[in-house]
Design a protein around this ligand. Structure first.
Ligand code: ADP
Length: 326
């Protein structure tokens, strides 16, 4: 039997659509099992400063459809220091919190891992990031919504690209992962994706041009993953202007548009499942794992694996894009 009686929940790092659905699922499942829940505001910042409030079922009413996070999110330098984490631990004890559920990306789960090691606190992570870059889960909360938002934008850009017979570079988020770029390129019928995973292997621009750009088309859209490894969309537009001046090139950087909006059905269901599973995991005595989903089954992934490993891009998808963009 678990000793845990009170759960603290926080959202940290970049916001992602579906975080609210996850907060709701964690809160309600915990209350359903007779546990007390405390909402911690502004991520680790609120844990360090003591911005903590008891959550009842009503505190999470009417939020499943909202993007962003009602708990707010922040980046917190103090939590990177042993003194900051000690302060956080003292606040946790003062509030009677026995276990933490952290919803966030790679950085937030790294923080949870360190904290759990130092203070022997059960921490459970939920993968909340549009980047889909956590190892051990097929998808992350927010990724599907961001993908659909990108499609919506690229479909509109296609109208202009076709009418003016232009080459567009559209920059999407993803940090150092190309999931958003590659999959949105397939789903929007784009001509190519430039992704960080291949940045050292080939000159992706040269390959795209060599592969017969415009052989049978009057417009092209190339999705570029924002990353120091790719150099971003502006970098490729500059290169085209210099190396292939015959092309009429434009850039669109989608930016924070991609992070907002009402979560898709997929993200709401994923967040609800994973949120409920976080409480099941705590009740089972699990600690220091991220809850993920693999082949539609809920799985527990040790923090160290979720954070450390590079999640591989499926090469099959790269081939699909290549074949479909002729
Ligand atoms: P994300 O979770 O979206 O990847 P960040 O990388 O910005 O976002 O991390 C969010 C927060 O997690 C940071 O502001 C910091 O407070 C905490 N954090 C990240 N990495 C560590 C770490 N190695 N040790 C302690 N805390 C960390």
């Amino acid at each position: 039997m678990s000793e845990v009686k009170c759960i603290g929940i926080l959202t940290s790092g970049g916001d992602a659509p579906g975080m609210n659905a996850a907060i709701r699922a964690v809160t309600r499942t915990a209350i359903y099992h007779g546990l007390q829940v405390k909402g911690i505001y502004r991520g680790y910042k609120g844990l360090v400063s003591g911005e903590i409030k008891e959550f009842k079922s009503q505190n999470v009413s009417n939020i499943i459809q909202l993007g962003g996070t009602i708990l707010k999110t922040a980046r917190c330098k103090e939590f990177r220091t042993p003194e900051g984490r000690k302060q956080a631990y003292e606040n946790m004890k003062k509030e009677g919190i026995d276990a933490l559920v952290v919803i966030g990306g790679d950085g937030s789960l790294s923080g949870a891992r360190t904290f759990a090691q130092e203070f022997d606190v059960p921490c459970i992570g939920l993968p909340g990031t549009i980047d889909n870059d956590l190892y051990g889960t097929d998808t992350t909360i927010g990724y599907d919504t961001a993908l659909n938002t990108i499609l919506n934008c690229v479909d509109k850009i296609r109208d202009t690209a076709t009418s003016h017979e232009r080459l567009f570079f559209v920059e999407v988020m993803g940090r150092d992962a190309g999931f958003l770029a590659l999959n949105s390129a397939i789903a929007a019928g784009c001509e190519a994706a430039i992704i960080p995973e291949f940045s050292t292997e080939v000159d992706q621009l040269e390959e795209f041009i060599k592969n017969g750009f415009r052989k049978s088309k009057n417009s092209s859209i190339v999705i570029v993953a924002e990353s120091e490894l790719t150099g971003g969309a502006m970098h490729y537009a500059e290169r085209v202007k210099n190396e292939y001046p015959q092309y009429d090139v434009r850039v669109t950087i989608l930016g924070h548009l991609q992070r907002g909006g009402s979560p898709t059905a997929h993200d709401r269901i994923l967040a609800s499942r994973l949120g409920a599973a976080a409480i099941d995991a705590i009740l089972e005595g699990q600690r220091n794992v991220m809850i993920g989903v693999q082949n539609d089954e809920v799985v527990y992934v040790p923090f160290t694996r979720a954070i450390k490993k590079d999640k591989p891009i499926q090469h099959e998808l790269v081939d699909v894009l290549k074949a479909l963009s002729i």
